[in-house]
Design a protein around this ligand. Sequence first.
Ligand SMILES: Nc1ncnc2c1ncn2[C@@H]1O[C@H](COP(=O)(O)OP(=O)(O)OP(=O)(O)O)[C@@H](O)[C@H]1O
Ligand SMILES: [Mg+2]
Length: 329
Amino acid sequence: MEAIVVKNLSKFFSPSKYGGKGKERKRVQQNSRKIIRAVDDISFEVEKGEIFGFLGPNGAGKTTTIRMMTGVLKPTNGKISIFKQDVWKNTIAVKQITGNVPEEANVYLDLTGWQNLIFIGEIYGVDKKNRVARAEMLLKKFELFDKRNLKSMKYSKGMKQRLLLCMALMSNPEILFLDEPTSGLDVQSARIIKKLIKEYNEKGMTIFLTTHDMEVANELCHRIAIINHGKIISLDTPENLKDLTQEYQAIDFYFINRASKSEIQNLRTVKEVQEVKGGFHIIVEDIHNAIFEIIEYIKSNNLIIKQINTHEPKLEEAFLKIVERGDKN
Ligand SMILES: Nc1ncnc2c1ncn2[C@@H]1O[C@H](COP(=O)(O)OP(=O)(O)OP(=O)(O)O)[C@@H](O)[C@H]1O
Ligand SMILES: [Mg+2]
């Protein structure tokens, strides 16, 4: 079942309506008479229960798309429905079932973490008993409970971002929109956020996520759309995206004792051997078969292995290639 259906969605900005101030506004208006096609006729569907990644370089159109999907920015063309309700005809109903952490969101700085959550609960019409219970549960999950009575202006960036997620989850939404939830965060905050995105998704929540962090995308997303210059240039599972651009597979073997480069080179499954400090970088056709053959060679020559690393294709490489290829066309 589709949770989100986006059809022929576009957003064009006229430079004369650019929201900048003074000189900057004048400069933009004078230098560019062209319409900015921030989002240019995109269509896709997100399945219920999916973590859907929306990736793209800076200025690709990700935030503009999310803003249209969450009823903040009116599309120039096209249609978005969330659980079969039109976002722009039934905005309030859609907002009731969605949670949103925008790119440049902020918490209410004069309120404590606790007050922020209770306030949001009130806005969403969560009844008092549930409000308190949910605020407590969320603050504990996101490791903020100890700081609940601290004014949130005193929160660090990572704590604010975690609080924003708690706020978005107060109404127990069916769909969660996250615009770069881990950007600029330390390892610990990013890890807590990643873990909880996974956990909520496992309980059935659909998640629409933009990120520049390829590790996050690779680890969390069931499918990924890549957008550039307002157009979707690729949409697939992380595995398929990586396979598509995979150039070679390789294994690094590090030995305690000395192995022979030429003997390894002669193995049937080995394409090329490069010497690296303490071992070999072995380029192979098929990792699965190569590992068996190399291990067999190691056993029969009484070699002792210190370390083995396999080189998997990386989403980052796939992403760069897809974007570069798109730019050339
Ligand atoms: N209000 C606006 N007026 C004019 N142009 C805009 C406006 N908002 C966005 N744009 C332009 O639309 C394009 C897409 O911007 P958007 O913020 O959607 O990119 P993004 O993919 O979220 O980038 P980032 O990764 O940097 O967050 C950019 O060229 C941007 O300058
Ligand atoms: Mg953005």
